[in-house]
Design a protein around this ligand. Structure first.
Ligand SMILES: NC(=O)c1ccc[n+]([C@@H]2O[C@H](COP(=O)([O-])OP(=O)(O)OC[C@H]3O[C@@H](n4cnc5c(N)ncnc54)[C@H](OP(=O)(O)O)[C@@H]3O)[C@@H](O)[C@H]2O)c1
Length: 271
């Protein structure tokens, strides 16, 4: 029996498209979702056309580190062949989670980092790890202090871009520590999903003028699916291309400092 492929945010646009594609390849998938009703609807819809697909739903709220820990504890003893850190959010306003973390950073960075760290020991040799990032990363500037932004530092896209950039740097540091993992990054481009609604006055206009130009979720998730079936490491999957990670992201000193600060925040220690 092959190990499970875990897809976070499997109830969302690209998450569901990923699960559908993986199920069609006969792969066993664990759908890690915060909204179980929505996840069940997605699973039932896939099962209607792919009877017998091996799809399991488990609860995971990446904004709560207790939920991440509970999810990981529930997987004890399971073999994991791949983890697709797909879930993400663009928070509309500055808000702290129950852990005292800024919400965008909790969901896009701290949650996926903690999840990955807790599951590492159960990942099969040469397991795939794919982190969903964003082209907004290239406009972000990150320091250790950015991990816990103050209210005045917050902006919808700016904070999101920083959190995704932090995930890129985490990936680079993890790749240094775990050379056996097939760890790659996937950038979907701009995709027609809930994510691109900003909760602003111009949304209806964007729905008419902008959405039709965006990729479909099926197109957007293709780079991630390619990464999930490749034997590459630290490649940047975007569109139909596979690129070496751009040199601007290569900053081992920053990466070590981010790793240590993240450890302090998540585990109360330096590793
Ligand atoms: N759309 C784009 O243009 C674009 C561009 C670049 C990168 N991305 C990235 O692609 C990934 C997928 O986005 P999408 O476009 O498919 O958006 P989406 O349809 O909004 O899906 C986002 C998924 O993340 C889940 N999620 C949000 N907060 C969560 C939490 N606290 N705990 C667990 N899951 C949570 C959502 O759960 P619910 O179903 O419960 O809401 C949903 O399943 C994200 O990482 C996003 O940042 C998207």
């Amino acid at each position: 029996m092959p190990g499970k492929i875990i897809v976070t945010g499997a109830s969302g646009a690209m998450g569901a498209a990923a699960v559908r594609a993986l199920a069609s390849q006969g792969k066993p998938v664990m759908m890690a979702c915060r909204n179980l009703e929505k996840a069940t609807r997605v699973r039932d819809e896939i099962l209607a056309s792919q009877r017998g697909a091996d799809l399991e739903i488990r609860h995971l709220d990446l904004s709560s580190m207790d939920s991440v820990r509970a999810f990981a504890a529930g997987l004890e003893g399971e073999r994991i062949s791949a983890l697709f850190n797909n879930a993400g959010v663009i928070s509309r306003r500055y808000e702290l989670t129950q852990d005292g973390l800024e919400h965008t950073f909790a969901v896009n960075y701290f949650g996926p980092v903690l999840l990955t760290r807790l599951l590492l020991s159960q990942m099969e040799p040469c397991a795939h790890l794919v982190n969903m990032v964003s082209l907004t990363c290239r406009f972000a500037r990150l320091s250790v202090e950015s991990l816990q932004p103050a209210p005045g530092d917050f902006s919808q896209l700016g904070t999101y871009a920083c959190a995704k950039l932090a995930l890129v740097h985490f990936s680079l540091e993890l790749a240094r520590r775990r050379s056996d993992l097939l760890l790659n990054l996937a950038d979907p481009g701009i995709v027609n999903s809930n994510m691109i609604s900003m909760g602003r006055w111009f949304d209806p206009l964007a729905d008419v003028l902008f959405r039709p130009l965006c990729k479909t979720p099926e197109q957007g998730v293709r780079p991630a699916l390619a990464a999930l079936s490749s034997d590459t490491r630290l490649q940047y999957y975007i569109g139909k291309r596979t690129l070496a990670l751009p040199g601007r992201y290569d900053d081992p000193i920053l990466e070590l400092r981010l790793w240590e600060e993240t450890d302090r925040i998540l585990f109360g220690e330096k590793n």
